[in-house]
Design a protein around this ligand. Structure first.
Ligand SMILES: NC(=O)c1ccc[n+]([C@@H]2O[C@H](COP(=O)([O-])OP(=O)(O)OC[C@H]3O[C@@H](n4cnc5c(N)ncnc54)[C@H](OP(=O)(O)O)[C@@H]3O)[C@@H](O)[C@H]2O)c1
Length: 243
């Protein structure tokens, strides 16, 4: 895995034994470069591990590499990166809160930190095969205090469909996770509160479990690999939209 785009040319292929090299050519992402903005943690990191095992050269980025809240930073990151086969944008920075009492500037920052971040990454990246955006279940199953996330996720899904038309033949898809345990979003909650939330969610969901980052990584990568998938929004949420 590479987290510095300037080091990509230093990947040593000549040290791979012949048999392994032949096997690698049959892997789904053999010879493909996948940039994962947000690939240093959570779902993005799980995707990076799986994509690498599936033959890809993966470039991961987090705050040490670019600031998704700054167009200048995004532009300069992608200028250095060059062309990739696939772009995944799992990085997000959101601050939900109650609609009436909440801080409006925090709501605006949430739109910047998730919707505009993905818009600008998709705009400045040079991609040959596919782009994967991230929304989330609150977009179509809102909860109190999450109105800005509902709006952000709805906007991301609309953007994904529009870009599937406008950027074709580059494919554009959206993945919409439900609650994903073990991710940063819940790291600062007291342990007991977090575990109670996971347990209550598992009890409500048809799947009977709360998924982790690995539960999302496989379905997310299938959208990159499937030549017939574009304009899709894939819900991986334990059936949460149904109950
Ligand atoms: N987790 C859930 O339950 C859940 C549910 C529904 C939807 N989603 C959505 O799924 C996506 C992935 O979520 P996740 O929980 O896997 O995320 P996460 O664990 O919070 O990871 C966030 C990633 O974004 C990067 N990042 C954060 N702020 C950044 C900035 N300003 N500039 C550049 N990179 C930045 C982080 O990099 P560094 O830490 O290295 O700086 C990290 O790699 C997000 O769009 C999220 O809204 C998540």
């Amino acid at each position: 895995m590479i987290d510095d785009p300037t080091q990509i040319t230093s990947v040593k292929r000549d040290v791979v034994p012949d048999m392994e090299s032949e096997m690698n050519e049959n892997l789904p992402f053999s010879g493909q470069r996948i940039a994962i903005i947000g690939g240093t943690a959570g779902i993005g990191a799980a995707m990076a591990r799986l994509a690498e095992r599936s033959g890809a050269v993966v470039i991961t980025a987090g705050r040490a590499h670019l600031d998704i809240g700054s167009e200048d930073s995004i532009r300069s990151y992608f200028e250095n990166l060059g062309t990739v086969d696939h772009l995944v944008i799992s990085a997000a920075s959101v601050q939900p809160g109650p609609f009436r009492e909440g801080d409006i500037s925090a709501a605006r920052r949430s739109m910047e930190g998730k919707f505009w971040a993905q818009y600008l990454c998709a705009r400045h990246a040079q991609v040959t095969r596919s782009i994967l955006l991230f929304s989330g279940a609150f977009g179509r199953r809102p909860a109190k205090g999450m109105s800005i996330l509902a709006a952000v996720n709805g906007a991301v899904e609309a953007l994904g469909k529009a870009l599937a038309v406008e950027l074709a033949p580059v494919r554009v898809n959206v993945i919409s996770p439900g609650l994903v345990q073990g991710t940063e979003a819940y790291a600062r909650m007291p342990d007991a509160v977090r575990e109670a939330m996971y347990a209550a969610t598992a009890a409500r969901l048809p799947a009977g479990i709360v998924g982790d980052a690995d539960s999302i990584a496989g379905p997310a990568l299938s959208l990159l690999a499937s030549p017939y998938a574009t304009g899709s929004v894939l819900d991986i949420d334990g059936g949460g939209l149904l109950v």
